[in-house]
Write a protein that binds this ligand. Sequence first.
Ligand code: SF4
Ligand code: SF4
Length: 361
Amino acid sequence: MSEVYFSPMAFSRYEASETLPEKFSRMLAACGLGKAVQGKKVAIKMHVGSGVSYSTIPPVFVRKLVQFVQENGGECFITDHYVARRNPHERGYSEAGLGCPVLDDCAYFGKYFYTIEANYKKLRHVDVAGLIYDADFMIDFSHVKGHGACGYGGACKNIAMGCVTDRTRHELHSLEGGLLWDADKCVHCNKCLDACNHFANHFGGDGAYHVNYHNCTLCQHCVKVCPTDAITLDSHDYTDFQTGMALCTKAVCDTFAPKSIFYINVLTQITALCDCWGMTTPALVPDIGIMSSWDMVSVEQASVDAVKLENLIPEGIPQGMELKQEGHLFYRLHGKDPYVQIEKLEEVGLGTKDYTLTIIK
Ligand code: SF4
Ligand code: SF4
């Protein structure tokens, strides 16, 4: 069983010491991170957002983490994929404000990486970002939210999609799937398009049926309305993508020495969609707090467990969008069970789902 530190949003008095940034400082002091970063080159991997998004980790927490690492003798930098062209300073992520450089993990042209061969279906190369590979220590500093392709985005997604090249991301996305279309049976009645509430399908210029699996919830409405049975469910579903994500994450993590990655999940402004959309929609549930652990699987499990259906704020869901009738809130929303991702992470040896919560107030 692994320990997950949890600083809850809940407070009992109107005092700064009762609020999340101060609790975060106490969490950092309690978790053993200070000694671990001493004398190390530390990559703080986070998502700097894009456009007018404002749900990524607020700069006040980033600044606190940077100060903590520096005070404990670590040399740190903030890093993400294609940072420079996403203008992070416009959302408060600048060297002047945070106290350390904000850098592209694969460099500006995306050509600074180290390749690890992979052998899972179309995932053949895990191109580990150069700055991640060359760091001594990584703090996987993640914002938790829903995600169309994985059900949720947290510690795993921050690494699998954010610490690799476009080639690896493309190979991962090519694992997505779930629907088969038979051109010979299709009579182009367009009923499948009308039946999709998620704008996930279209007919391309080539006349072929295309599905955007990020948006597709595998609800099978298109399957059911098709008068000629031209669309069927494939045996290979979204779990291939989840497996690929886990394998990719493992390959990146294996480039670090044992006990050289610390995971911090920030559970505030938990939205339906990923931070990369260049916008922010209303929160799905009230802010929960911050969780951290030396065990990725435990912190992911605890984070997903904490996002509860009974706390749903309906305004966080686009009007007219249809939720599934059972399962976790993220499953109802995106049709991908978030716990499948966590099971895959456990299967590849990244930790355990069994956790105990240590509350840091
Ligand atoms: S509902 Fe079936 S037949 Fe009609 S356009 Fe879609 S795939 Fe083709
Ligand atoms: S399965 Fe549902 S979400 Fe996916 S393309 Fe068909 S109708 Fe749209």
